[in-house]
Design a binder for this molecule. Structure first.
Ligand code: DAH
Length: 400
């Protein structure tokens, strides 16, 4: 803003040319401090500080002026105790509308030969203010950091918060044991899909279309070709079809049946499937393997008994009982007085299954078994209601 001074009246002119009446005009060593009024508006004098040609008085005057600005700015910086405040000071002195810029604007009123010197002076002042601002910022930041560190101090003598890490589920504990036994005998652990083709869940396992297991009462159908697997046995078909022989595998996993929930049933539970295919495999191999499994799982003195049974995918088929590990076979409440506890289904792989899965039934034989994981967990940990396994109450799970 330029200021024109007349004897009788004074007015300032904005760069755009609007006339503004001065409410006050103060002069300090050739620099005018003006306050202006346009209508109701009042501009405080700060930004209206102007150097005029007539009063510029050459380089000496500007030098003094810059010295004043410098002292004032440095004083304010030194007195600042907040980063915000430093920023305000930066804007007020170095900003587009700041004091230093105002001096620069006055350059055009300085004599040509003095301009480089004045420029140098202005730059020096700017640099010094900038430097002091930077120092003050660093100082303030380090104070702030220190205060923050003090606040965040950790009392290492306080007792630690306990992390609640949960507890392995009895199913998991039981599966770990089953896997350990079979891995120890050289078996591989294989996983299969929970959503399965009807063909694998039933047909390839020699389960005919009219079999009761295929009823909607027993099986969850996704469509007529896809089901939620009702057993882990279809994994047998997948593994055999791959054709890598011999096979020695177990396959644990979730299965689904359209059952009502009660103390011994759930629409979703777990099985562990087993399959061995090799040359010269006999029922003796099946018996020896599963007897060893029972001993490792339930104790050295466990006896096993095979009862003839029927499964479509094995022939002959059997159910295996173990001697009651509670009473040792004498008969108790646990084994319902019989001395035996039913534990799994098993048998020699049916020749039809070999045919459907592309294995030469003349060259190879095999045995298979399927055990309910929940059943093992309930027996081993003497839990009398299956529903407890699905509540996931940590107070219950912690006991095993
Ligand atoms: N899949 C049968 C079931 O869910 C259990 C079973 C029985 C699996 C005999 C087998 C087996 O591999 O040989 O009842």
């Amino acid at each position: 803003m330029r200021v024109r001074y007349f004897e009788s009246s004074a007015y300032a002119e904005k760069p755009g040319g609007t006339a503004i009446f001065l409410s006050s005009l103060r002069e300090e060593r050739g620099v005018f401090f003006v306050s202006c009024i346009t209508g109701e508006k009042f501009w405080p004098s700060f930004s209206d500080r102007v150097i005029t040609k007539s009063q510029a008085g050459g380089i000496k005057m500007i030098k003094e002026d810059l010295e004043k600005i410098r002292e004032e700015a440095l004083g304010k910086i030194d007195a600042s105790d907040a980063l915000d405040r430093l920023n305000d000071i930066r804007v007020a002195y170095l900003g587009k509308k700041g004091e230093i810029t105002a001096v620069m604007k006055g350059m055009k009123d300085v004599a040509e030969e003095d301009r480089p010197k004045v420029g140098q002076l202005v730059n020096d002042t700017r640099t010094e203010i900038e430097k002091r601002l930077e120092e003050a910022r660093e100082k303030l930041e380090s104070i702030l950091r220190e205060e923050k560190m003090k606040k965040e101090k950790i009392d290492v003598t306080l007792p630690a918060k306990r992390v609640s890490a949960g507890h392995p589920h009895p199913n998991t504990v039981a599966l770990d044991e089953v896997e350990r036994v079979f891995i120890g005998m050289g078996y591989e652990v294989v996983e299969g899909p929970e959503i399965e083709w009807d063909e694998y869940n039933f047909t390839k396992l020699n389960i005919p279309p009219n079999h009761p297991a295929k009823d909607e009462q027993d099986t969850f159908y996704i469509n007529k070709d896809i089901v939620l697997r009702t057993q882990t046995s279809p994994v047998q078909a997948h593994v055999m079809e791959k054709g890598k022989l011999p096979i020695r595998m177990i396959s644990p996993g979730r299965v689904f049946r359209s059952d009502e929930v009660d103390a011994t049933h759930s629409p979703s539970f777990h099985q562990v499937e087993g399959l061995v295919v090799d040359k010269n495999i006999t029922f003796a191999d099946l018996k020896g393997t599963l007897a060893e499994f029972a001993k490792r799982l339930f104790g050295e003195n466990t006896k096993v008994k095979f009862r003839p049974h029927h499964f479509p995918f094995t022939e002959p088929s059997a159910e295996m009982d173990v001697s009651c590990f509670k009473c040792g076979g004498k008969g108790c409440r646990f084994c319902k007085g019989s001395g035996w506890i039913e534990i799994l289904g098993c048998g020699m792989v049916h020749p039809h299954v070999f045919e459907m899965c592309g294995i030469d039934k003349e060259k190879y034989q095999g045995f298979a078994f399927g055990v309910g994981l929940e059943r093992i967990a309930l027996l081993k940990y003497e839990i009398d209601d299956m529903r407890l396994l699905y509540d996931n109450d940590i107070r219950f799970l912690k006991q095993f």
